[in-house]
Design a protein around this ligand. Structure first.
Ligand SMILES: Cc1cc2nc3c(=O)[nH]c(=O)nc-3n(C[C@H](O)[C@H](O)[C@H](O)COP(=O)(O)OP(=O)(O)OC[C@H]3O[C@@H](n4cnc5c(N)ncnc54)[C@H](O)[C@@H]3O)c2cc1C
Length: 503
């Protein structure tokens, strides 16, 4: 059973390292959250009691570690706010143990054991290309540890077709929840040369790969480290937690919650909190939205038929600019539905304009709320227009459907202020930035430091990217397109490996 390490920072600055014998504690404490000390004690008591009950269920005997930990926390209590500075599952590395030391040479080193790294490994195994996959945490770390409890795919299950590993469940039009995603992808790692718990610190031309477990050399390197590296927290002094640390409504301190950002994560987390009856403030940004279903089908299915998932980035009207656009918000939760922020507002959610700045503990919002809601709706309706045209052009028989009519209009422009003390927590759903500083190969990046490549193949011979949003098509950073990209790269790598190298 995975344990959870967590660190408390008491009001006087002292830090206390703690451990829960089960993940049950995650329902009571959130990393980054600050609780009044009385609430922290109550939550720690309840969380450790729940963890202890879980141990009894699994092992049939009581857990003394949980009660000892509870006593230790009570003995250390300091009055005032307490912050959970770290809350992290202790990885179980039973399946793919890290070797005591890594050295020697491989034809290919794949960095990252997410779906992209595993998909490339599949293609290399098929071609008999010698390689290893290095994963700093556990395989599928981000699906397991960086998504909230109620997470479900936004994309339908039929789009999950990893090379040699299609979705075989009985709900192709449904949306897998977190555990189902892991159950689908985890078996894919078996039989692949994966080392878990190995962090790559540097990739140098040639290639030299410096890791936490030694230095390797390779003829070719695949960077499969995903596109979401460093959580963006614009005002860290305000505390709170980034969306990748958000788990569930119960783990947040009592009181109103401010969610900043309405991309995929922000809109879904706001809904998660709203459904749990929490008072939610939402800073609405400029992300577009899409309807879940239209004219009898999932919009993703229509867009697939219309060729949107086949369009290469080179043909996209925005070109490479598409790589930096926010995703359309919608959800797969409970079988899938629209995320209508106006409906949330009608039900009591407080909508604000975009967060512009913070001064002396006061959050300031722009007067763009109505414009942002209108723009998101307009995108949704434009997509429906395109679907209508597709249906008409192909003479398809599809039920008609009335168009969206706004169910609420903001009484103000959404500008104004909110004192940070008016909310107990801020959830920063403000995206991620890339960090490629460990890749010391300048030719692989453009002047702005963004990966420079054609379908993942860089100007540095033998160096590749995979799994990035719009690497090649819309689905490149998702399940939908990873098979095509990984197969392409495996082919390029295999051909290069087969070529006699210059002496
Ligand atoms: C909130 C959210 C919702 C999403 N929803 C969907 C969805 O509905 N449908 C869909 O298809 N996609 C979705 N995605 C996108 C995408 O499928 C995931 O981001 C997916 O995890 C990408 O897989 P990957 O293998 O490219 O990268 P990752 O899963 O990020 O894997 C990269 C791996 O590299 C490891 N790593 C990083 N640096 C190093 C290093 N220096 N050394 C060793 N290892 C390293 C990491 O630990 C990680 O395990 C979503 C993404 C997010 C953030």
């Amino acid at each position: 059973m995975p344990t959870v390490d967590f660190t408390l920072r008491w009001a006087d600055g002292t830090e206390q390292r703690c451990q829960s014998p089960s993940t049950a504690i995650e329902r009571f404490l959130a990393e980054g959250a600050t609780y009044p000390h009385e609430e922290l004690l109550r939550r720690a008591d309840d969380g450790l009691a729940a963890a202890s009950r879980r141990v009894v269920e699994v092992y049939g005997m009581a857990c003394t570690a949980a009660s000892a930990q509870r006593d230790a926390i009570r003995a250390s209590v300091r009055p005032g706010p307490v912050t959970v500075t770290r809350l992290h599952r202790t990885p179980r590395r039973v399946r793919f143990p890290a070797p005591p030391r890594l050295d020697g040479h491989h034809e290919v080193v794949v960095i990252g054991g997410g779906q992209a790294g595993l998909a490339v490994s599949h293609g290399l195994l098929e071609r008999g290309v010698d390689h290893v996959v290095l994963e700093r945490d556990r395989v599928l770390h981000n699906w397991r540890d960086a998504r909230w409890d109620a997470f479900s795919l936004v994309t339908p299950n039929w789009q999950c077709h990893l090379p040699g590993h299609p979705y075989r469940g009985d709900d192709p039009d449904g949306f897998m929840v977190k555990d189902e995603i892991l159950a689908y992808v985890e078996p894919y790692a078996h039989g692949k040369p994966v080392y878990e718990g190995v962090t790559v610190h540097a990739v140098k031309p040639g290639f030299t790969i410096e890791t936490s477990h030694g230095t390797l050399t390779a003829d070719q390197v695949v960077l499969a480290v995903g596109g979401y590296h460093v959580p963006r927290v614009p005002y860290p002094a305000l505390g709170g937690l980034h969306s990748d640390r958000y788990r569930n409504p119960d783990a947040l301190p009592d009181g109103p919650v401010l969610v900043v950002g309405t991309g995929q994560s922000g809109a879904q987390i706001a809904e998660d909190l709203h459904l749990a009856g929490r008072e939610v403030h939402l800073a609405v940004g400029t992300a577009p939205r899409v309807a879940r279903f239209y004219r009898g089908r999932d919009c993703v299915a229509w867009l697939h038929d219309m060729g949107h998932y086949d369009m290469p980035v080179t043909e996209h009207p925005q070109g490479k600019g598409a790589r930096h656009e926010a995703n359309h918000y919608v959800t797969g939760r409970g079988g899938g539905h629209d995320l209508d922020l106006r409906a949330f507002a009608r039900e009591g959610m407080h909508l604000h304009g975009r967060l512009t700045h913070v001064q002396d503990g006061t959050l300031h919002f722009a007067g763009d709320l109505e414009a942002n809601l209108d723009a998101a709706d307009a995108t949704m309706e434009r997509i429906k227009d395109a679907i209508d045209r597709h249906i008409a052009a192909h003479g398809l028989d599809a039920p008609t459907e009335p168009r969206y009519v706004p169910v609420w209009r903001p009484p103000t422009d959404g500008s104004g202020t909110l004192d940070a003390s008016a909310v107990s927590t801020i959830v920063w759903a403000t995206g991620f930035r890339s960090d490629w500083s460990f890749v010391h190969v300048p030719d692989a990046f453009d002047a702005d430091g963004h990966p420079e490549h054609l379908r993942g193949v860089t100007d540095e011979p033998g160096l590749y990217f995979v799994g990035l949003p719009w690497l090649h098509t819309w689905g490149s950073g998702r399940f939908a397109g990873i098979a095509r990209d990984a197969e392409h790269l495996a082919g390029v790598i295999g051909a290069r490996a087969a070529r006699p190298q210059a002496a």
